[in-house]
Design a protein around this ligand. Structure first.
Ligand code: PAF
Length: 285
């Protein structure tokens, strides 16, 4: 695997290739990232990963400074997963001047859920993803579905700017007890880790109830919030929404249940897609 840190070196390396398949990351890689790299392999003529901890998407009280930076270990894992090229720019390289041009995603999608609790987050994400897609000349780009809202917003951005990029979402990788893999799981204490799967379990109970025909979405959300609170979590939201745009759930369309909650000082997010509701449940057209 070649490793480049500058745009000039990246451009030189990209010259012979027509279809880079790109996995943007912030490093501290886990099995979910590596699955994205493996999925990228057959999609292009060059498999590229990026590692960049993007200051623009962190709030002033968030963990930008303490975010784990593990470049050496990440390189070994990327190489083993078959990555051809890693672009790991410094901040000075990617943002040589303050980034005064930014991408403002549609607030109907970016102002809710994560966007409500993390103002400016999706502007930071879109700005860096647009830049990374341009730098790497991506023709395919792969993202995990754990960041479900992020994936929808990136799809929307790519469509609206007519970027020649296929955006591909990959299923969330989970630990044996169901905890969604995340770089932030490393912040959990042993005691917190032991109960961290409760978020996934709670979302799963919601999803099962919807599959079984429950229609009282607000009640299900409130029960889930209560379960988390009783176990000592501080939930931001549990929300059953339409998969397509994360607006209010309706019968007969594919739904997703999303949640975000703090366990101690670690904020975890997760979601589960709920397949199309049974026809007997769907509203008449
Ligand atoms: O999901 C992430 O790791 C980041 O938000 C991304 C897409 C790499 C942008 O910094």
């Amino acid at each position: 695997m070649r490793i480049v840190h500058t745009l000039a070196d990246l451009r030189r390396q990209l010259l012979p290739f027509r279809h880079p398949a790109v996995v943007p990351t912030m490093g501290n890689l886990h099995a979910g990232h590596l699955a994205l790299v493996r999925a990228a392999k057959p999609l292009g003529d060059l498999t590229v990963a990026t590692i960049f901890v993007n200051r623009l998407q962190f709030g002033p009280k968030e963990d930008f400074d303490s975010y784990p930076r593990t470049l050496q270990a990440d390189c070994a894992q990327l190489e083993a997963a078959g990555c051809d090229l890693l672009f790991a720019p410094s901040e000075a390289e990617l943002y040589p001047q303050p980034q005064s041009f930014t991408v403002q995603p549609d607030p109907a999608l970016a102002g809710i859920l994560e966007g409500h609790y993390r103002p400016g987050f999706f502007t930071g994400v879109c700005t860096v993803v647009l830049k990374l897609l341009a730098c790497t000349q991506a023709r395919s780009a792969l993202f995990g579905k754990k960041d479900y809202q992020q994936l929808l917003i990136i799809r929307q951005m790519v469509r609206q700017f007519a970027l020649p990029v296929d955006v591909i979402g990959q299923d969330t990788h989970r630990e044996d007890d169901g905890l969604a893999m995340s770089s932030r799981n490393g912040y959990l204490s042993v005691a917190e880790r032991a109960q961290a799967a409760l978020l996934a379990q709670t979302l799963s109970r919601c999803a099962q109830a919807v599959r079984a025909g429950a229609t009282s979405f607000a009640d299900l959300e409130n029960e889930a919030l209560q379960t988390l609170r009783e176990a000592g979590w501080a939930p931001d939201y549990v929300a059953i929404r339409r998969q397509s745009d994360l607006q209010a759930a309706q019968p007969g369309v594919p739904l997703v249940v999303l949640g975000a909650a703090r366990l101690g000082s670690t904020r975890l997010i997760d979601n589960l897609e709920i397949e199309r509701l049974r026809p007997s449940y769907a509203a008449s057209p």
